[in-house]
Design a protein around this ligand. Structure first.
Ligand SMILES: Cc1ncc(C[n+]2csc(CCOP(=O)(O)OP(=O)(O)O)c2C)c(N)n1
Length: 305
């Protein structure tokens, strides 16, 4: 079984139609898909479109789809017997509120700071002429709140809501078309998602492109599912992809010491090790994605003159 939020449907299109499909290898796969943005429910802007096209996407891909509501056993039995009979993939789409809430237990702290503490410390070193492109999930929500707390505007930030794995490519595009320093703040899950794109960014990085990965070894924003980022040598991976110098920090003191060096160095990257966890009362951006984009574009245009 493959579990994914419906945001991941785009990523399974190719393996589905060129591997599992009956016209190719005819391999049964059971997908369990969390239905964010279901029409009629309230959700974040990045889930709106995906929610509307979830069932039709699966239909066009030829995946027989079941909707999980209260009675789960007959649905799972039916999906499994369909797969056994046809060797075709099937999907069980899960509506919001189907499962009861689970109180997540955080793993014991492995490091000395939280993501939010690290972000706040780093943002003190980022001047008001620089741009921040932050990754999807709680990182961008924290960046937004840190700006609010310090009475700052949001015009220098691109809060990549959705588009997981593309933060570095977006930041590269902005860095190549502007003279501003662009700080890309990625997550380890997002970093690992499209390493090809990250390599392209590293190889082509102009000197104003600054790459940061906040590594908590997990998809913390959506439940803490582990990534491999603490099992591999992330520093070596970044060096291998083309960054000329990779700094690593594990404490607030190390941020104070290393961040100014990282900021000045060409083609540099920074790995920031943090604990999992975030505030229970963490808010969400109050501006819309279009407002966010328009403000940033105005800032970039204004400062080009
Ligand atoms: C293509 C895609 N798949 C899944 C998601 C759901 N999602 C949002 S944030 C997130 C976890 C991001 O993990 P990481 O980059 O490590 O950052 P962290 O949450 O740990 O700070 C996931 C899976 C998504 N937005 N897009």
């Amino acid at each position: 079984m493959v579990y994914l939020q419906n945001s991941g449907l785009g990523n399974i299109v190719n393996p589905l139609i060129s591997l599992a499909d009956e016209d190719v290898y005819n391999i049964p796969v059971l997908f369990m898909v969390g239905w964010r943005g279901e029409p009629g429910t309230k959700d974040e802007p990045q889930h709106k479109k995906q929610g509307k096209i979830t069932l039709s996407t699966l239909e066009v891909l030829g995946v027989k789809t079941f909707i999980l509501e209260d009675e789960f056993k007959p649905i799972i039995d039916e999906a499994v017997s369909y797969m056994k009979k046809t060797l075709k993939p099937a999907a069980i789409v899960v509506k919001k509120g189907t499962f009861s809430k689970v109180k997540l237990e955080l793993p014991p702290d492995a490091f000395s700071m939280s993501r939010e503490e690290a972000l706040e410390a780093m943002m003190k070193h980022i001047d008001n002429k620089s741009v921040i492109v932050s990754t999807t999930g709680k990182t961008s929500r924290e960046v937004f709140e840190i700006r609010e707390k310090s009475g700052d505007t949001h015009e220098r930030d691109f809060l990549t809501v959705g588009s997981m794995g593309h933060t570095a490519s977006i930041a590269l595009g902005i860095a190549l078309s502007s003279k501003k320093r662009v700080f890309c703040i990625d997550g380890d899950g997002s970093m690992l998602m499209h390493l090809g794109g990250l390599g392209v960014a590293a190889i082509n990085a102009p000197k104003n492109f600054k790459y940061i990965v906040v590594n908590n070894g997990a998809h913390e924003s959506v439940g803490g599912q582990p990534t491999i980022a603490l099992d591999i040598n992330t520093k070596k991976v970044l060096e291998g992809l083309g960054f000329s110098k990779v700094y690593e920090v594990k404490t607030l003191e190390e941020i104070e010491r290393e961040f100014p060096k990282f900021k000045r160095k060409n083609k540099a990257a920074l790995v920031v090790y943090v604990n999992q966890g975030s505030r229970d009362d963490l808010g969400r951006p109050t501006t819309t994605p279009v407002e966010n984009k328009d403000l940033l574009m105005k800032f970039l245009r204004r400062s080009r003159k």
